[in-house]
Design a protein around this ligand. Sequence first.
Ligand SMILES: C[S@@+](CC[C@H](N)C(=O)[O-])C[C@H]1O[C@@H](n2cnc3c(N)ncnc32)[C@H](O)[C@@H]1O
Length: 214
Amino acid sequence: MDPRFWHDRWETGRTNFHEGQPNAFLVDYIQTLNLPKGARIFLPLCGKTRDIAWLLSQGFHVVGAELSATAIDQLFADLDVTPDITQQGTLQHRSAPGLDIYVGDIFDLTPTALGQVDATFDRAALVALPADMRDRYAQHIVTLTQSAPQLLVTFQYDEALIQGPPFAIPADQVKALYGDAYTLTRLARQDTDGGLKGHPATEELWHLIAAPAP
Ligand SMILES: C[S@@+](CC[C@H](N)C(=O)[O-])C[C@H]1O[C@@H](n2cnc3c(N)ncnc32)[C@H](O)[C@@H]1O
């Protein structure tokens, strides 16, 4: 998807994907990841999600990647924190205690820059990408995180009624994208509160664990 689409959304404040509170699946299912305090959790395409403040409050270290500098300005303002800022190639690195954010195209992020992560939480990231970008994205996440365990939130809805993003990602597509690298378990599904764009929708939570070597 053209980066201008997202820059425009942030510049004009059309960010209805932003939840004003930590994601309910994250809060209810984080224990499934069985992470110790201080574990590093990666949030791809993080926007200014409140999940970051919540994870920090739970004693985790958060690493995010986000295209929009405006989103990250707002994130740090919401956190009431002034980050240190350095340039790393095409990416800007904004850091504060417990928090590293890479501002720029996630496809420019390397495993070396990201460093070791213990888990990934994908909410409104995979589903934000059109079909022709998803393979590349999923492979990039696997490479970046070295198949770290993942919680992945997807949507199901009638695509004849709703135009994404967020895009519907049926179970067989989750398996096609991640089935080689991970063993997949659907942990939960629930109707989206108030529907999506006026139509019924369902959200699903997937738990991805590195598949045993063949
Ligand atoms: C639907 S929003 C979700 C934000 C956040 N995960 C949340 O739950 O509120 C998708 C975000 O991905 C960002 N984005 C889109 N393409 C990107 C890319 N190639 N690299 C980094 N971020 C990207 C957009 O700027 C936008 O903030």
